[in-house]
Each structure stands twice: as C-alpha cells, then as structure tokens.
Design a protein around this ligand. Structure first.
Ligand SMILES: NC(=O)c1ccc[n+]([C@@H]2O[C@H](COP(=O)([O-])OP(=O)(O)OC[C@H]3O[C@@H](n4cnc5c(N)ncnc54)[C@H](OP(=O)(O)O)[C@@H]3O)[C@@H](O)[C@H]2O)c1
Length: 330
C-alpha cells in the first residue's frame, strides 16, 4: 500500500502532487543503470507516494523505458497513473521530420502523422503490459504536421478506449489553444524549474483553459539539488552548455544564495526547488527522476512542504539576481 501525497488535478485527471520521471532509468541518459536497480527505484517511488509515472517510447533503446515501467506496474496497475509520449520511434519506411533544439540534443526527429499514431499507442501498450494509457502526449509537435491533426488521431484513441486523457509536450500557447479546440487537453508538459522560467503565455493559456502543467526537469537535471560538481562520460548532460566544467562551477556559485534559503529552512536545496514549483500554481505537478530510493523519498516529501510568503519573496529576489551561465536550454 502506497503512502499518500496531496492530490492535484491535471484537467480531470487526479495525480499525486509529485510524480516520477522515468527517463533516468534507461542506460545512456544519466550514465549506466541496470534493470534491477531501475525497477526497484520505480517500485520505491510508488510505495513512497509518487504514483504518477512519466515515460516515453523514445526513452532508451527499443521502448526500454516503457518496458521497465511495465515491469514495475505489474500487479499494481490500478495504483498508478501511467503517462507516455510518442513520435520518436519512427516506423520503417516513414520519413524523419527533423527540427533543431538547444540544450544537449542539437537536432531531433519525429513523425507524428495521424496514420502512425494508433500503431505507436499499440506498441506502447505492449511495452507497458497494460490495455490503457492514462495520459498520452505527442512528445514534440511535428514540424511537418499540424498539431491539430496529430491530436485528432489521439482523440480517436480516447474514443476507442486505448487512452484516457490527452497531453501535449513542448508546445506554445497558440498550439495549446488550437489543440484544445479539437479535444480537451488534460496537461501540458514543459520545462520549468528554478533555472528555467516557464513560458508566461503558455502558463496563462493553461490557466484559462483549465489545463494542468507537468514540469519536466524540475531539479534542473539534478543541478538544483546542489550535489552536481562534475558530469561523467556517458551522461547526456556532457552536451549541455550549463553543465560544462566552467559553467557548472559558476552556476553552483551563483545558486549559493538559493541553497542558503533551503539551509535556513532545514530542507534540502532539491526540496526547496520542488516546493517552490508547487507554490507557483495549484495545477503544477513536478516529475523529478531518480535512481536512488533516499532521493525519491526526499523529493516526495517536498510535496508536503508549505513555504511562507516571506520565503517565496526571498526566493524570488534570489532568483532575480541569478544569471545562469550556459545560455538557454532548449
Ligand atoms: N517532455 C520532454 O521533452 C522532457 C524532457 C526531459 C525530461 N522530461 C521528463 O522529466 C523527467 C525528469 O527530468 P530529468 O530527469 O531530466 O531531470 P530532473 O528530474 O530535474 O533531475 C534528475 C537528476 O537529479 C538527480 N536527483 C534527483 N533527486 C535527487 C536528490 N534528491 N538529490 C540529489 N540528486 C537528485 C538524479 O540523480 P539520482 O538518480 O542519483 O538521484 C538525476 O541525475 C524525466 O524523467 C522525463 O520524464 C521530459
């Protein structure tokens, strides 16, 4: 039986205030990890209250991440809200639609043509070992396909009972509005943390439409925990300018005043980062990822922390003065 965290709503979907981002559980993201450790971490996350798991058919090789999630939810599917995304596993013979992104990725390729969407969902259902996806997102808008068309194909999956709720990931406010007119959107997933401000227009549109916000990389890929002093070989952050040796050292110095606030409160910097996010909007749900049970407990505990308005003002002032070395992320 899982511990309970406070409940939040993404549209009509109820989830714990802190979810779990599973990307960290596939090799080649944050370095090496084996499946035993991955499944143990994920089951621990569920036991400790983070019963909202975020994966993608694009994480790990050949649906690896979804298969790990499938293993962890076996026998306890009803306890867990399962979210996954599609578009990166381009079928044989289908065209790759490339687009540039910053951060560690350079260029990405998707295909979110409506004709492939049912096949993506069926493959994800097989990987996950379930018959329904609770929240299904196109991972990135396809630069060659109107988002409304992709969303129309997901709406058909909702109609067919394969998917419960529609999500969008990495979209603009205008794209959210256009998609929501085709089918109600439960959640929009976007990067948001103490070192990556949210797109104000997207937040305003989500609030107006009653769409929840799922905050990805809420710990800034680990940086905001204050524990990252170097990034090793085989870790994707090696390609991220903010994590280069020089910029990382500068950023750690620049975030010292933020860490000092956590210290004064007797909580960890990571908990402050998550609690701060939870205080930005009642419909925001961070999805931190971790392979380490003690870290998972620490992160989930942040879902129960109340920050005083004076503390929030102090954080706002500290963040206003930080100029992050390494430019923008995406
Ligand atoms: N939609 C998108 O395009 C998109 C893009 C990126 C990510 N995401 C989603 O967002 C989720 C989370 O993002 P993320 O993995 O990039 O970044 P994150 O959650 O901000 O950071 C993960 C890193 O933080 C470390 N960490 C976590 N808790 C910690 C703690 N309490 N103390 C010390 N270190 C801690 C983890 O290491 P340990 O394992 O050692 O704890 C890991 O290295 C992903 O899993 C994915 O589901 C979505």
């Amino acid at each position: 039986m899982s511990q309970q965290l406070p409940v939040r709503h993404l549209g009509k979907l109820a989830v714990p205030a802190v979810g779990y981002g599973a990307m960290v559980l596939s090799p080649g993201v944050y370095g090496e990890i084996d499946d035993d450790r991955a499944v143990t971490a994920l089951r621990h996350a569920f036991d400790s209250g983070a019963t909202f798991v975020d994966t993608s058919d694009g994480y790990g090789a050949d649906g690896h991440n979804e298969r790990v999630v499938g293993e962890a939810i076996r026998g306890r599917r009803d306890e867990v809200v399962v979210a996954t995304k599609f578009g990166f596993r381009i079928p044989e013979g289908a065209e790759a639609h490339t687009f540039p992104v910053g951060y560690a990725f350079g260029e990405l390729a998707v295909n979110a043509e409506p004709r492939y969407v049912r096949g993506y969902a069926e493959q994800s259902l097989r990987n996950l070992g379930t018959d329904v996806i609770d929240l299904y997102y196109p991972h990135f808008p396809d630069p060659r396909v109107p988002l409304e068309d992709t969303v129309g194909a997901v709406a058909e999956l909702v109609e067919a009972g394969l998917v419960r709720h529609l999500g969008l990931s990495n979209v603009t406010a205008a794209q959210l509005r256009a998609a929501h007119a085709v089918h109600p959107v439960a959640a929009v997933q976007t990067e948001w943390s103490m070192w990556r401000p949210v797109d104000a227009d997207l937040l305003a549109a989500a609030r107006e439409l009653g769409v929840g916000i799922v905050a990805w990389s809420p710990l800034g890929g680990g940086f905001l925990t204050g524990t990252v002093t170097e990034v090793k070989e085989g870790d994707f952050r090696q390609n991220a300018p903010r994590f280069s040796a020089e910029n990382l050292a500068a950023n750690n110095d620049r975030y010292a005043p933020v860490r000092a606030i956590a210290d004064d409160l007797g909580i960890t910097p990571g908990q402050l980062a998550l609690a701060w996010l939870l205080h930005q909007d009642p419909a925001v749900v961070p999805i931190p990822g971790s392979r380490t049970p003690a870290h998972i407990d620490e992160n989930n505990e942040a879902g129960r922390i109340t920050l005083h308005p004076d503390t929030l003002a102090r954080i706002a002032a500290a963040l206003e003065n930080v100029d992050v070395a390494g430019g923008t992320l995406i």
